[in-house]
Write a new protein. Sequence first.
Length: 328
Amino acid sequence: MVAAGACAQSAPVKEHGPIYGDDAASDATADTGGGNDGGGPEAGDDATSDDGGGGSDAAGDSPAETGPGDAASDASAGGDGGSDAGANDAAGGGDASDAGSAADASDSGTSDASDGGSAPPDAGDGGGFVAPTCDGVIGAGEYGDATHQDGPTATGQTWYLTWNDTNLYVAIAGATVTEGNVIYLAPNPGDGGTGLTSGQPYDNTDITALPFAADLVVYGKDGYDDAQVVSNGAWGSPTASAIQVCTNGTTKTREEVIPWSLLGGRPASFGWLGYVAANRNNNAQGYIYGQMPTDDPGGAPANNLTYTRYFAVPDATPGVDAPFAHEQ
């Protein structure tokens, strides 16, 4: 496979506007920091990120860092609940250009035994889909055509998404793999849903107002992942190792496999948004970068943010709608 960013394709045209009628997110445009969310510190405590599940960080608190991408200070940035392996990011430094360098699959870390196929999917034909291989290496066309990727952001991150009837496949290039990414999912967002419009704190970041009623939030980084599902009107307890995370610290690439079973099966449609939380140890008020959509705010403080934008997938039948085409 070739490394992330090696397949240069023209960016697809995105639609901006409501799909689901009078959606709260479609009437607002919030871009308070997408262009300057590139590298602040992170620290402080939140109920979820600081080993809230009763586990412990294998590594001690890391030294201060001046922005996302400092591998030396990220080794112990714990996630939510459970234990943190404290794996080091071999790349070091926060140069987003590292994301495009060649990746050696043997350097990749995995957190789950399941795996996909190796051939590129046919983005236009659900029947011809072959699942991406979770190995920390993004192959040319592995996630489909240009409509299945977006970026780089102002801070150098590129996101990739595709799915089949079993899993949602996500990849991020250019983000320090020991810093956690957060993804919110809302099945069938047009019906109002049964989820929550308030987020879950991770690494001192907190989206206190979401643009949809989310039923699932996942957190992933090198050495740790968890998922939380809404239950009885509140976020449930974090389930560690609920998703598969594969990383390559040298190329700052991660791939994740999120089972639709966490939502009771693949929804007919869904909305999603995501971001990367910088090292919590130096960001008492949180720091967000690499957010998708980029019109949502990033930077710091990030412990009381309102997000008004998300991507909608009106028809989640594999091969029909693209993940970045309909920004709400």
